[in-house]
Design a protein. Structure first.
Length: 520
């Protein structure tokens, strides 16, 4: 007799399964410390993100989350559809918790505390989030996210700042739109997306991000968005310098920067013409200290295809005599070999920079080494936040989630600066310290209390920092009730980035920037 669909293995057709009764009382377990009684309390209002109320007040005082919800171009026609606030709140909580798949959002549905503190009615399902993002028109959605990037970061652009431009690769493992086999240094032959990112140097703040198919990873594909962003800034808000790796040290990018009188610092590929410049410099003696064991030398160079001579800085560093060489055999296994340099010969490592600056070599060498912080941000966004996941078949929702992840990344980094203005702390250390703790909510006589229990080894330091943040917001509520959300956001930034601002206070403009009307 064939089994009907849904029949359990081991049961005959029509036979009812035996349901085992579960005791409602405690369960006894025998441990190395003796027997203990374990019991469950399914009705307690507890949360694993017990310190989130401090971050929620930061979002409220700065007008960040209210504006994020109000401006979102998500519209439902059905009265049974979830609210826009619930969908966006679920996305934000998931990103903040470190999730990287839509399925992980289910873990948030056990939290009865924080969604209500965000003004949400409920945490929606992963399918509701995917359907909601699908209803957002792509052009309107990208403009909405860019408006909030600008709201978050534009107050800081009045200070001297550096724009870092770079591209990172996101490997893909399914059948996604734009999944193309192209440049992929870590997983060769694997389809990917290309993330073109524009960041505020040294502060690790994302200014804009664009997700493109995997074969659109060169500066030719990054440049249109770069120039659109720069052209949208007034002269006093433009960066002091734009900085990039070898992908941007080419004639089209430098020509456009020079046309806008925008200073730049790029690295050059070691092409034949660049190698000839290095050979000429080798026989000269006027090498200068470039910092970090590097030596530098000035030169002028005009490569084939360049429209003019440009200043280059040749950098060299002596390597150790014992070198390790790696290669892969026919089976793809990595093999390591060693080479010894003798007979008094020297081995040098070279790099060549091209720039429109007239700064000294020591300063230029350090400026380019500081660009490595951009690579650290990519690592953090992909491995500690959600850039490595939240993948759907269509490219539109991948772009929307990439922007949402980067925006929450900015919000969290600025909040952590309130706790520690002197350092940037990655999410792998800041979330366990400032976010993750058991919070138990109780209500009595009209007063709601969240009792926090943190198992972190430095929980006393976290308590001190969060208490200081709460005191700052208490003073802001008391003395600035007449201020708009935008003006409060300027004061929050002044407090969080007082080291970067060297004690200066940011002053909000009398006229609100475009797209900021809904915040105040």
């Amino acid at each position: 007799m064939s089994k009907k669909r849904g029949d359990l293995p081991g049961l005959r057709t029509g036979e009812q399964p035996v349901v085992e009764q579960v005791s409602a009382g405690p369960v006894v377990t025998d441990t190395f410390a003796g027997r203990i009684h374990v019991e469950w309390d399914g009705g307690a209002a507890v949360t694993p993100l017990g310190q989130l109320p401090f971050f929620i007040e930061y979002l409220k005082q700065g007008g960040l989350f209210d504006g994020f919800v109000a401006d979102c171009p998500l519209y439902y026609a059905s009265p049974n559809a979830p609210s826009k606030r619930d969908v966006l709140g679920t996305v934000m909580l998931s990103v903040l918790a470190g999730h990287w798949r839509y399925a992980h959002m289910t873990a948030l549905r056990c939290d009865p505390v924080n969604p209500a503190l965000l003004g949400m009615k409920e945490v929606v399902s992963e399918d509701a989030v995917r359907r909601g993002l699908d209803k957002i028109e792509e052009g309107a959605g990208m403009a909405w996210l860019q408006g909030h990037f600008d709201y978050t970061t534009r107050p800081l652009l009045s200070e001297p700042w550096i724009l870092d431009i770079d591209t990172t690769v996101k490997p893909l493992y399914g059948h996604q739109e734009g999944a193309v086999v192209s440049y992929n240094p870590t997983k060769r032959g694997r389809p990917s997306h290309s993330y073109h990112c524009y960041m505020m140097g040294n502060l690790r703040l994302v200014l804009a991000v664009e997700v493109a198919p995997g074969n659109q990873h060169t500066s030719k594909h990054s440049s249109p968005r770069l120039w659109d962003y720069l052209d949208g800034l007034s002269a006093e808000l433009r960066p002091w310098l734009i900085r990039g790796d070898v992908g941007f040290g080419n004639e089209p990018v430098m020509r456009e920067a020079e046309r806008r009188r925008q200073p730049y610092l790029f690295k050059l590929r070691l092409t034949r013409g660049v190698k000839r410049a290095i050979e000429r410099a080798m026989g000269e003696r006027d090498w200068q200290d470039a910092g970090a064991r590097w030596q530098g030398k000035d030169a002028r160079l005009r490569l084939e295809g360049w429209s003019r001579h440009r200043r280059i800085v040749i950098l060299r560093r002596r390597t150790e005599r014992s070198l390790a060489l790696t290669e892969r055999d026919v089976d793809g296994q990595l093999r390591l070999g060693f080479a010894e340099i003798d007979d008094g010969r020297e081995v040098w490592e070279y790099a060549v920079l091209v720039t429109s600056l007239d700064s000294e070599i020591l300063s230029l060498g350090q400026l380019y080494r500081d660009r490595a912080d951009c690579e650290n941000s990519f690592d953090e966004l992909k491995n500690q936040w959600g850039w490595g996941g939240f993948t759907t078949r269509d490219l539109k929702r991948c772009r929307l989630m990439a922007g949402a992840v980067a925006l929450v990344f900015n919000w969290w980094n600025l909040f952590v600066r309130l706790a520690d203005p002197d350092h940037h702390r990655e999410a792998i250390t800041s979330r366990p310290l400032l976010l993750q703790a058991i919070g138990r909510q109780t209500s009595h006589a009209g007063r709601t209390t969240v009792t926090i229990t943190s198992s972190h080894g430095e929980h006393h330091r976290a308590r001190t920092a969060l208490t200081r943040i709460a005191g700052f917001f208490a003073r802001l509520r008391k003395t600035a009730e007449q201020l708009t959300a935008l003006e409060r956001w300027y004061r929050i930034l002044s407090q969080a980035l007082k080291k970067f601002l060297r004690g200066r206070k940011l002053v909000a403009p009398r006229q609100l920037p475009a797209g900021a009307a809904s915040y105040g």
